[in-house]
Design a protein around this ligand. Structure first.
Ligand code: ASP
Length: 439
């Protein structure tokens, strides 16, 4: 039997009417056997996600304050859903357990997970599918790291005998049974793990947009939809903050070679975006697949005469950042110059100590920290065999009167990263998009 794993996000399951749309999509294709659900998200612009309400309850309980009004809001959201779906579901029993937990232990991840747990149980009842609790099959180490292999075996064992199932997204449990969640938006990861474990031919990720866009629509007017994108391109763009899909979620599918289709629950006829290992050859080659930018970087620039002949210089420089547990994002270098680009938040209060260590241990001729930089990634497999792409990027940016502070091209040649001042970020993205990515 062919298998498609479908995951529905919070807005796709925010109310009974949204859940009905999801159910229609599931029933339209019997290969859609395994369903992964998020907690109810926003129904309208100023609404609050159930997960956020649950975090609030937990915080109030931990601070020994009255959590009851917020918990009542959560309960009301679920009872509206249950009533409007016309099913019977023991919400009172479930909420008695949650209340008891809040009064006694109030564990943060346990509370956050209850949105997915309840929504998935309700949707399972509505669809007539068995409910699978990931507390028994998504396994985390005590350190909080996912145990991917054990998870794969456990999910396989839990699902192999079931024709259909609803699995709650976002959480699992540690060895001691304590509930542990992924980072926010983590139901995407659960969906990908279920797809891998069940050998699915496709992982459909249903959300509230018709796929990924070639640039942020808050920056570029009406950017084109990306029809196909490779795992590698997606990785480059999501690292830079392009965020329809959780940045860790593609790895289980990539490993198993399962394509991922981002689709819109509110426009199910739209084909969405396909995320694949390699782009189909029948498509006309596109030079740039997408552009994404991210603010909040600092570049630390070091100059020293004869640096190139000082053996171990780069290792010692990077070692200083490692000593402070600061991850290095980019590391462009010249003959007697090196720059280390790091996330400014990660640098945090260690900034001055790191600068002093560089002065003491490497004795540079000049050392400058340039803050408030934005990195812009221009990504596309087509760039590796097209000539003049870099020249077009630079001329687009310079004709907008913007100074480029750093250039870095990955060895795979599928991305060119430039740094500009934060205030120039949006303009730079717009001008690159118009020149290289609109068609
Ligand atoms: N409900 C969680 C969140 O709001 C996880 C998810 O929806 O994927 O982040």
């Amino acid at each position: 039997m062919e298998t498609i794993v479908v995951k529905f996000g919070g807005t796709s399951l925010a109310s009974a009417s949204q859940i009905r749309k999801a159910a229609e999509i599931i029933r339209a294709n019997e290969a859609r056997r395994y369903v992964v659900c998020s907690a109810p998200g926003k129904r309208f612009h100023d609404d609050i996600k159930v997960t956020d309400l649950l975090y609030r309850c937990q915080k109030l309980a931990a601070d020994h304050q009255d959590f009851e009004p917020v918990l009542a809001e959560v309960e009301a959201r679920f009872s509206d859903i249950v009533r409007e779906l016309g099913i019977s579901f023991p919400l009172d029993v479930e909420f008695a357990i949650i209340r008891e937990h809040l009064e006694t232990r109030h564990e943060r991840d346990y509370m956050a997970s209850r949105g997915e747990y309840l929504n998935s149980k309700i949707i399972a009842a509505y669809l007539g599918f068995p409910f699978v609790d990931p507390a028994e099959s998504v396994c985390f180490e005590d350190s909080g790291e996912l145990d991917a292999e054990r998870t794969n075996h456990r999910l396989f064992a839990a699902l192999a005998t079931l024709d259909n199932a609803v699995v709650a997204g976002f959480y699992g449990a540690r060895n001691d049974g304590v509930i542990h969640t992924f980072s926010r938006g983590g139901s995407d990861i659960t969906g990908s793990l279920v797809a891998r474990a069940t050998g699915a031919k496709l992982y459909e990720n249903w959300t509230d947009v018709s796929g990924m866009l070639a640039a942020d629509p808050n920056i570029v007017d009406n950017p084109r939809r990306i029809d196909y994108i490779s795992y590698q391109e997606l990785r480059e763009l999501s690292y830079m903050g392009s965020s329809v899909f959780h940045e860790d979620a593609m790895f289980p599918c990539q490993r198993a070679g399962i394509p991922i289709n981002i689709r819109n629950t509110n426009a199910p006829e739209d084909p969405g975006t396909m995320i694949v290992a390699s782009l189909p050859r029948i498509l006309p080659p596109r030079t740039v697949t997408g552009i994404a930018g991210h603010k909040g970087f600092t570049s630390i620039q070091i100059e020293k005469a004869m640096m190139n002949s000082e053996v171990g210089f780069a290792a010692r420089l990077l070692g200083i950042f490692a000593d402070y547990n600061v991850s290095v994002e980019h590391f462009p270098s010249g003959i007697d110059t090196m720059s280390v680009v790091v996330n400014s938040d990660a640098l945090g209060e260690n900034r001055d100590r790191i600068m002093q260590d560089i002065r003491d241990r490497l004795r540079p001729d000049a050392l400058i920290a340039e803050e408030h930089l934005a990195l812009i990634a221009v990504v596309g497999h087509g760039m590796s065999y097209a000539t003049g792409v870099a020249a077009r990027i630079f001329s687009a940016v310079s004709s907008a009167g913007i100074n480029i502070r750093m250039i870095d091209q990955g060895s795979s040649e599928i991305n060119i990263i430039i740094a500009v001042e934060e205030r120039d970020c949006e303009n730079a993205i717009r001008s690159i998009y118009e020149s290289l990515a609109r068609d």
